[in-house]
Write a protein that binds this ligand. Structure first.
Ligand code: IMP
Ligand code: MG
Length: 177
């Protein structure tokens, strides 16, 4: 199957926006020593760039869930693959996500983390496909709102490919026709 990539957010724009998000978080979390919780695998590049721009003390941890199988369609079924190693009770937690689509995955994760009694729990997502939302979810920091198109790059994959692209691109293949 032939894939076509079209860049929708370039390298420079990503860098600039990630810096802005980091500045905002640095202002909002002064003296709060937040725990940034990345959702693997998609968030790993965003997380790496974001924390290098933070100006405040913080901790980093990851969880891994499987929500997508290997194709493009979300099942809403979440399988827990890796849990936190930090105890977040009484801590200020920021979930770091690559993209929010239906919101089902994140909603499940958020509810799970809330049962561990963090002092606060907010979400930063690089991308937001707002029109696809199936459940209400409060987003504090959003990098870019994007249309309902399947995108890859900057950590996001299609069948584990394209995560390394330094930009966000719309992936179009024959299945779209
Ligand atoms: P949700 O539960 O429907 O919000 O699914 C969220 C997860 O699906 C994200 O964390 C991504 O891993 C994956 N996902 C959703 N849309 C895309 C996309 O356009 N490209 C790559 N992965 C996506
Ligand atoms: Mg993800």
């Amino acid at each position: 199957m032939k894939d076509t990539l079209r860049i929708i957010i370039g390298k420079r724009k990503l860098k600039e926006r990630v810096s802005q998000l980091a500045n905002q978080i640095s202002d909002d979390y002064k003296d709060k020593n937040p725990v940034l919780v990345g959702i693997l695998k998609g968030s790993f590049i965003f997380m790496a760039d974001l924390v290098r721009k933070l100006k405040i003390p913080h901790q980093v941890d990851f969880i891994s869930v499987a929500s997508y199988g290997s194709g493009k369609r979300g099942s809403g079924v979440v399988r827990w693959l890796k849990d936190l190693s930090i105890n977040i009770e009484g801590k200020h937690v920021i979930i770091v996500e690559d993209i929010i689509d239906s919101g089902l995955t994140l909603s499940y994760i958020r509810n799970n983390l809330l049962t561990r009694n963090p002092k606060s729990l907010k979400i930063v997502t690089l991308l937001d496909k707002r029109r696809r939302r199936k459940t209400k979810i409060p987003l504090t920091y959003v990098g870019f709102s994007i249309p309902d198109k399947f995108v890859v790059g900057y950590g996001l994959d299609y069948d584990e490919r394209y995560r390394n692209l330094p930009y966000i691109a719309w992936l179009r293949n024959e299945r779209d026709d």
